[in-house]
Design a protein around this ligand. Structure first.
Ligand code: PMP
Length: 469
């Protein structure tokens, strides 16, 4: 936690916190609780490190919010934005006009995304976020089935504890009950099945493989309950991110694919977190052998430097859509030239540094090995990874994976200790999760694991002090 020479004076940080409390509504935040302690002011960042206004250097184990895959301080991304802003900061693409960056980016993404069953992802619809991209998906799949002469196919099936965004449609697709409770969600036409979370939903003696098949069959049961002729699509994250890095057993996705094929329903792979090298491939569907019709992306397409999202559309859908007249949908910033220019520079950088390959062949296997060893800590029940995402379960009893009472909020305590120790981890209930920048070296991974271990020690010491251990 070395202080730096770029410290904001403490008085100005305090002033900023006061202004923050007075005016800034934060996402997913209890504002009274935040005001009581003041938001941590992050001032600058470089590589895998962020600095706060009190001079703490913190290893960013979450890549911002699962997005800064190329790390901080990449000058060429700033240069790409600067150049494009001076050349053409904005022009719309609504009225028979186009601009160069989104055209080139759509073509590039179409090239990067491997075909499924010989069918290419020929087209891209751009948005500014993952939420808007999933809203687009809701409209797009219903439009597709209308054009196919099956307008009764409206229902989209998703999963509990999935996260697909915060707009009304995206929050409805998501399976976060706390979100549904605010504002009468989900909207009609969206159904949920249980998630493939082995550690919570397995039956006694059930193997992960058997559980994976059983969990996938919940989709088939739901399709039959609704009536296959009414089901438009199934949407899922290859690995659930915000839900707590829920990694499905290897048998899950092949069985899901068999089911969507059998009933002819569209498959949407929400890769807002999982794409762009996160799991060791440009797209996660490659890793799992999934054959999606639509792929949602956002976040790391620009390494988070500017907002951009979108939907990759397979030719099965694109041909119908493009031949079907006007699709009455679009955003002012669909294909924003600056965002697309930054994305092009980011993809070039990732390709030059072979980040997906480096993750696949070197850093992810190393992380898997180092992270698994965290299970030796007295507080850790399970420690698992998939590419460069990882999650561990804090437990009271290692043998039975018995959990702590929810009201003890042990995850939140651990998260606070992580910050104090100098590493960002996120807490989802009793799961502690990471998604570090893909530029990490093995030495960086060692540093991160050491910091996590120390934060776990501090959490354990707290529990002991409170007589809870
Ligand atoms: N889908 C997934 C899988 C996500 O993880 C997120 C964001 N965490 C979203 C969609 C929503 O993206 P955004 O926050 O850019 O709207």
């Amino acid at each position: 936690n070395a202080p730096t020479d770029r410290l904001a004076p403490p008085s100005s940080a305090r002033a900023l916190q006061a202004l923050d409390s007075a005016h800034f509504l934060h996402p997913f935040t209890d504002h009274q609780a935040l005001a009581a302690k003041g938001a941590r002011v992050i001032t600058h960042a470089e590589g895998i490190w962020i600095w706060d206004a009190d001079g703490h250097r913190i290893l960013d184990g979450m890549s911002g919010l699962w997005c800064v895959n190329a790390g901080y301080g990449r000058r060429e991304l700033a240069d790409a934005a600067h150049r494009q802003m001076l050349t053409l900061p904005f022009y719309n693409t609504f009225f028979q006009t186009t601009t160069e960056p989104p055209v080139r980016l759509a073509a590039r993404l179409s090239e990067l995304a491997p075909p499924v069953d010989g069918r290419r992802f020929t087209h891209v619809f751009f948005t500014s976020s993952g939420s808007e991209a999933n809203d687009t998906n809701v409209r797009l799949v219903r439009r597709y089935w209308d054009l196919m002469g099956q307008p009764q196919r409206k229902v989209i099936i998703s999963r509990w504890n999935a996260y697909h965004g915060s707009t009304v449609a995206a929050a409805s697709l998501g399976g976060m009950r706390a979100m549904h409770e605010q504002g009468d969600l989900p909207i009609p036409g969206i159904e949920h099945i249980q998630q493939p979370y082995y550690w919570d939903l397995r039956e006694s003696g059930e193997t992960p493989e058997a559980f994976g098949v059983r969990a996938a069959r919940w989709l088939e049961e739901k399709i039959l309950e609704i009536g296959p002729e009414k089901v438009a699509a199934f949407i899922a994250e290859p690995v659930q991110g915000a839900g707590g890095v829920i990694i499905p057993p290897a048998t899950y996705w092949p069985e899901i694919q068999r089911i969507v094929d059998r009933y002819g329903i569209l498959l949407i792979s929400d890769e807002v977190i999982c794409a762009f090298g996160r799991l060791g491939h440009w797209f996660a569907y490659e890793k799992f052998g999934i054959k999606p019709d639509l792929v949602t992306f956002a976040k790391a397409v620009t390494s988070g430097y500017v907002p951009l999202g979108g939907v990759l559309v397979n030719e099965r859908v694109a041909q119908v859509l493009c031949a079907g007249g006007e699709f009455t949908h679009g955003y002012t910033y669909s294909g924003h030239p600056v965002a697309c220019a930054v994305a092009l520079a980011n993809l070039e950088l990732m390709e030059r540094e072979a980040l997906p390959q480096r993750v696949r062949e070197d850093t992810a296997p190393y992380l898997a090995q180092r992270f698994a060893a965290l299970a030796d800590h007295p507080l850790v029940g399970v420690a698992e990874t998939c590419g460069m995402v990882a999650g561990l379960i804090l437990v009271r009893d290692k043998a039975t994976l018995g959990r702590f009472p929810e009201e003890w909020a042990v995850g939140m305590t651990c998260r606070a200790h992580c910050f104090d120790t100098g590493v960002v981890m996120r807490a989802v209930g009793d799961r502690m999760i990471i998604a570090p920048p893909l530029i990490m070296t093995r030495a960086d991974i060692d540093t991160m694991i050491d910091l996590i271990w120390r934060a776990l020690d501090a959490t354990l010491a707290d529990l002991q002090r409170q007589g809870r251990w």
